[in-house]
Design a protein around this ligand. Structure first.
Ligand code: SF4
Length: 226
């Protein structure tokens, strides 16, 4: 049994599966506290209410995954509950699953090709110190090479973030030819204009990173549950 904050059917708005019709399962709880977090209601009890959360069972999960080609498991931090996801996904047939994780917990289900990871390591500009866990990120590298994991850096302070992203990538030592396909930069922002988008594109062009827009923000702004 898990505790979710919301579940809904929509399109994936960002990253490698942008545009794919997806079930979203958003768990309660996160181990970080990003200053610009757009899903603060998953962890910040001062700005949200635990009473908005609800219990989610395996039986519901088994039915929900039939509703869309992709199930996006997000949060909060979904890998706080690794053992449950591992058990549930092993018990169901078919479906594809994408974990949206902050890269502080190791991969699960490494032998299951239905499972993908979008890692969003949190840079210093997120307000978290020491949130980049290189040892954990290195565990994902074999999956990045197989196209089952991707890095997605949220850029909120372009100059400062550019330098830190380059530093992280140098330490990870990813093959140069994989970076243009597997390393995304995405502008932070919750208004349709995404004011940082142009600057982020310029950094992408400079270093051959892949740009991710935020389709859901462009369409719905910062509305929940879409
Ligand atoms: S890791 Fe994600 S959910 Fe957690 S605080 Fe940061 S942006 Fe929010």
């Amino acid at each position: 049994m898990l505790r979710l904050v919301e579940k809904f059917l929509s399109i994936q708005g960002e990253g490698p599966f942008a545009g794919v019709v997806s079930n979203f399962l958003r768990v309660w709880g996160c181990n970080l506290k990003c200053v610009w977090c757009d899903s603060f209601y998953t962890w910040d009890v001062k700005r949200s209410s635990f009473s908005e959360t609800f219990v989610y069972t395996f039986e519901e999960f088994r039915e929900d995954i039939k509703k869309a080609p992709l199930t996006v498991i997000t949060g909060g931090e979904p890998l706080l509950y690794s053992r449950i996801w591992e058990k549930w996904i092993r018990e169901v047939e078919g479906g594809k699953f994408q974990f949206e994780t902050n890269g502080t917990f190791p991969p699960i289900l490494k032998d299951d090709d239905r499972v993908f990871f979008v890692l969003s390591p949190k840079l210093k500009s997120s307000g978290n110190e020491g949130a980049i866990k290189l040892d954990v990120l290195r565990e994902f590298v074999p999956l990045i090479l197989k196209g089952r994991a991707f890095l997605k850096f949220v850029v909120s302070d372009p100059k400062r973030d550019e330098a830190e992203i380059l530093e992280v990538l140098e330490k990870l030592d990813l093959p140069r030819d994989i970076i243009p396909f597997s390393v995304f930069l995405m502008p932070e922002g919750t208004t349709r204009e995404l004011p940082l988008a142009e600057e982020v594109v310029k950094i992408c062009i400079k270093h051959n990173f892949r740009y991710s827009d935020r389709i859901h923000i462009r369409i719905w702004g910062n509305r929940r549950g879409v």
